[in-house]
Design a protein around this ligand. Structure first.
Ligand code: ATP
Length: 209
C-alpha cells in the first residue's frame, strides 16, 4: 500500500518521528511557525475510530463487544488495552487503520497550499512511510526526561512501557534519520534547533524533491 504512494508534485515532504512522548507535536509546531504545514497521523487515525468513518464496520468486526459512542466513536483507550496484549489483533487493527491514514494523508497533502509539509508519524519507519518523504527528522530526549513529561501529561508507567514496546528502538531511528533534533532541554532551545535545521534542510529538501 505505502509503496504505491507518491508525494504530490511541488510538495516537499519532511517525515517527523521519534519515540512516544519525545516531542514530535512540539517540534512540528515549531516547523509550522517557520511556514510548514503539519499533518498528524494520530489525528487522522482518530478519525478512523469515529462511527461515521468508512472503516468503522471493520473495527466493529474486530472488537465485537465494543460499540462506538455517537459523536465520539470507539473508545481508543479500551482498544489500546486489548491490542497491546494481543499482537495478532494489533496487526489486524493496523491493517485497517494504516491504509485509511495513508489515504487521508495524501488527500490532505493534495489539498494543502503549503510547499513544505511535515508528516508527524509515530511509526514512520515501522510502516515504511519514510520512503514517501524527501527527508526524515527524528526527535530525541533521554528516557527519564520523556517519562517525567509523560507522567505529568497523565500517562501511567504501564502505558508508557506498553507504547514503547511496539516501536523500533530509538538507536535504529537515529541511524535512519537525515536529521536529529535534541528535545532534552527547554522549549526555547528546541525551537532554536528547529530554526537551524530549517535553514539547513530547506535547500537539501528542494534538491531531493
Ligand atoms: P506522542 O507520542 O504522545 O504523540 P509527542 O512525541 O508528540 O507525544 P509532545 O506531545 O510534543 O510529544 O510532548 C510530550 C509532552 O512533553 C507534552 O506534554 C509536552 O508539552 C512536553 N514537552 C515536550 N517538549 C518539551 C520541552 N522541551 N520542555 C518541556 N516539556 C516538553
Amino acid at each position: 500500500m505505502v509503496q504505491e504512494l507518491k508525494p504530490p508534485k511541488g510538495k516537499l515532504i519532511l517525515g517527523l518521528t521519534g519515540g512516544f512522548g519525545s516531542g514530535k507535536t512540539t517540534v512540528s509546531h515549531f516547523f509550522e511557525e517557520l511556514g510548514a504545514e503539519a499533518v498528524e497521523a494520530d489525528r487522522l487515525a482518530h478519525e478512523a475510530y469515529l462511527e461515521v468513518s468508512p472503516v468503522a464496520k471493520q473495527i466493529s468486526g474486530l472488537f465485537k463487544d465494543l460499540k462506538p459512542v455517537p459523536g465520539k466513536g470507539f473508545d481508543r483507550r479500551q482498544i489500546a488495552e486489548i491490542v497491546f496484549q494481543d499482537e495478532a489483533k494489533r496487526k489486524k487493527l493496523e491493517a485497517i487503520i494504516h491504509p485509511y491514514v495513508f489515504q487521508r494523508m495524501v488527500e490532505e497533502l493534495e489539498d494543502s497550499d503549503h510547499e513544505v509539509i511535515v508528516l508527524d508519524v509515530p511509526l514512520l519507519f515501522e510502516t515504511g512511510l519514510n520512503r514517501f518523504c524527501h527527508k526524515t527528522v527524528v526527535v530525541k530526549a533521554p528516557d527519564e526526561v520523556v517519562k517525567r513529561r509523560l507522567l505529568e501529561k497523565g500517562f501511567s508507567e504501564e502505558e508508557i512501557k506498553r507504547r514503547q514496546k511496539v516501536q523500533i528502538p530509538l538507536e535504529e531511528k537515529l541511524k535512519r534519520a537525515d536529521v536529529v533534533i535534541d528535545n532534552s532541554k527547554t522549549l526555547q532551545e528546541t525551537r532554536r534547533e528547529v530554526q537551524q535545521t530549517w535553514k539547513k534542510i530547506l535547500p537539501a529538501l528542494k534538491g531531493a524533491a
